[in-house]
Design a binder for this molecule. Structure first.
Ligand code: NAD
Length: 258
């Protein structure tokens, strides 16, 4: 990535998104933090600015086309160009077997995890094509590669996001726009804690047992750290990755190997 570039990171307010904002800022990239939660974004912005680059926060709901449209317009008005888009925001969706999934929960999960990245790419691509350069990174999941029972809507979105990544990369490669996906395994932190708690409750097991199972799936017997994901995002946006596109890269401590 060229120092002085601008990145939009969705869901940059906290968690993995915040780590991605920090990693890109450390490489000299200005960061537009786009998140539905205004409070958390302010803290990310401070961390970004501490790296000596500009941060700009935009409160947006990725489920709304109007919101996404105005987010991208505002980012372009502020920075003139957008070189990097990281579609990181996502929700876990319900934990239930198919017949117990509320249809509205199904729609909400697809709206954030799949429609959001589509809207963002749709609005950012004209500017990327115009400048003949772009790097798009979609945060999928190892659940995009293999089943995760009781998480049907989430798994469907992450599998869909990999198909989206491959197809879009094939469409836009000629414009020097690369599109890749990262598939994290379970990332240590509050979100995965909530997921394990929900799974424990749904299956009648303890939190410790569910977490232990997740760790044991890794040859390293550990979860992933959010900085591991952020480092791979920065790499995919660097010149060293110029000829990597259409890939879905596992960062799972070896949990998934395909
Ligand atoms: N944490 C994990 O173990 C893990 C594993 C695999 C994949 N992932 C994926 O990584 C990404 C980030 O996960 P995280 O653990 O940091 O989650 P998180 O819940 O901590 O953060 C998600 C962010 O997205 C924002 N967001 C949610 N809905 C939004 C909307 N409608 N519009 C705009 N912003 C919205 C939230 O406000 C939040 O800041 C997600 O796509 C998730 O599916 C996470």
């Amino acid at each position: 990535m060229v120092s002085g570039s601008t990145a939009i990171v969705t869901g940059g307010g906290r968690g993995i998104g915040r780590a991605i904002c920090r990693a890109l800022a450390a490489e000299g990239t200005n960061v537009v933090i786009a998140d539905i939660d205004a409070e958390e974004m302010a803290e990310t912005a401070e961390l970004v600015e501490a790296e000596g680059v500009r941060a700009h926060t935009i409160q947006t709901d990725l489920r709304s086309f109007e919101d996404v449209e105005s987010t991208v317009d505002e980012a372009l008005a502020e920075f003139e160009t957008i070189e990097i888009l990281v579609n990181n925001a996502g929700i876990a969706g319900p934990t239930a077997e198919c017949e117990s999934v509320d249809p509205d929960d199904w729609d909400q999960t697809l709206a954030v995890n799949l429609r959001g990245p589509f809207y963002m790419c749709r609005q950012v691509l004209p500017a990327m094509k115009e400048q003949s350069y772009g790097r798009i990174v979609n945060i999928a999941s190892v659940t995009g590669k293999r089943p995760l029972t009781q998480r049907l809507p989430y798994a469907t979105t992450k599998m869909g996001l990999i198909g989206f990544t491959r197809t879009l990369s094939a469409e836009v490669g000629k414009h020097d726009i690369n599109v890749n996906a990262i598939c994290p395994g379970s990332v240590d932190g509050p979100r995965i804690k909530r997921v394990f708690e929900a799974k424990a409750e749904a299956s009648g097991r303890t939190y410790e047992a569910v977490r232990g199972d997740a760790e044991a799936e890794s040859p390293r017997n550990e979860l992933v750290q959010k900085e591991d994901i952020a480092g791979v995002v920065a790499f995919l946006c660097s010149e060293d990755a110029n000829r990597i596109t259409g890939q879905d890269i596992n960062v799972s401590a070896g949990k998934v190997m395909y």
